[in-house]
Design a protein around this ligand. Sequence first.
Ligand code: HEM
Length: 534
Amino acid sequence: TRCQSTSIEKPKTKRNLLDNASNLLTNLLSGGILETMPVADGAVSDLFGRPLFFSLYDWFLEHGSVYKLAFGPKSFVVVSDPIVARHILRENAFSYDKGVLAEILEPIMGKGLIPADIETWKMRRKVITPGFHSLFLEAMVKIFTNCSERTILKFDKLIEREGHGEKSIELDLEAEFSSLALDIIGLGVFNYDFGSVTKESPVIKAVYGTLFEAEHRATFYIPYWKLPFARWIVPRQRKFHNDLKVINDCLDGLIKNAKETRQEADVENLQQRDYSSLKDVSILRFLVDMRGADVDDRQLRDDLMTMLIAGHETTAAVLTWAAFLLAQNPSKMRKAQAEVDSVLGQEKMTLACLKRLDYIRLIIVEALRLYPQPPLLIRRALKPDKLPGGYKGDENGYKIPAGTDIFLSVYNLHRSPHFWDRPNEFEPERFLVPKKSEDIEGWAGFDPDRSAGAMYPNEIIADFAFLPFGGGPRKCVGDQFALLESTVALAMLLQKYDIELKGSPDDVEPVTGATIHTKNGLWCKLKRRTLQQV
Ligand code: HEM
């Protein structure tokens, strides 16, 4: 059944006196009024025993689509409701900033788009968005194809060397996708070839070191890095600052080079949107050429660093979970391969082919539905606000004081039994089927036609119950880059290989930092498809 809201109990309220008192105080101080938001009392063990987003899901089923989560003195409002999500992300977007997330990311990304304050964001978003326009992205397809080809070549060589006569190889696909995504983001964003599919380098190590630290900070709730002298005393902090320096030096060199090699002929081609003769189709080239050599270097570096971090692990994770889901659904894998065979045969990927890979595209978005990256969006109210009454929350909505920290659980929205049939099943076809929606006041329902014209289903089809790239003004700027890249990589992999899990699916334990990844890798057996099949 489409909507099981009746089977889920009305939100319960679990308040204790202390909580009431502190709430009253906060509300009085902020000029708000005391509300009746349900409260989930988190145990500290909930933070460490398993990924937080799993606990948030259980509490969502128990307490409803808007609840307060209290960990000792710290509390968050957890939102799993499309109407409230739409309010926070789109309708009242500028009353919120990135709160805790900005605190974590600012030392790494500076004033890059993700942590940027609203004023900086307004200025930079205008400059960066044109770098992702569709024609320019289409010119990048050859980067996606070349990098994927390198990965396939590596697998073929491994099979030759270590396959012992068998046409298969066992490997950790998550690690391979991570290298592939790093190479693509390096070339696509600043025309730098990490070459990480085939080698290790100090810059690659520094990127992973930085990601590791960002992730650690995201899961550690005490900002230890802010302690005085931490960067000199704590060895991990020293390493982190060294890693940052390695990457920043590399980026500074690339920016300098891009400015020095700015060619009027290229600029003209860019202005006329003729990208066929460009050797370097990177965002950096675009930004430097279109804005002249006077772009502020520090800001540019922050932007590049942000895109490097935002675009690497997220894309690797989508490919990882798509492979995981396909390996457990051989009939869907065969259906995907049949499409690849009929569109590509044994030929190389082209833009025209890419546009015809309808089923592969749905697999990518369905992987993003089941494993959204990141599983939570984080916001902090800059001023008092009133959250609208959700689809079954308090009809009057909830007033929240300035400073309220919000976790918008995309994972909960994407697996909500209120909005999805069989929410935990892998069904890429679901995005094609129009559904009669139960009348939920204020929610437009699910309609695939609403994203007609777009190549991939987006947040509009389910009116914010589907948020693969967020929504509103701070929606991901690299969404189409990531989708095209993932479609190319997955199609090229399926063109050549069958994917089997090495162990049981239960051995693949999800863990989370900024993205959902696996604890010990996605160990798979890749089997070369036979010529007759291809
Ligand atoms: C923002 C997801 C790939 C650059 C976001 C947001 C999400 C997201 C959910 C919104 C965050 C929020 O509202 O708090 C993803 C996923 C990706 C992906 C799932 C891969 C499948 C990329 C790529 C790039 C990129 C490839 C760049 C090349 C950014 C930037 C922002 C952003 C700069 C901040 C936008 C702003 O605040 O204006 N991403 N992203 N992302 N993403 Fe992505």
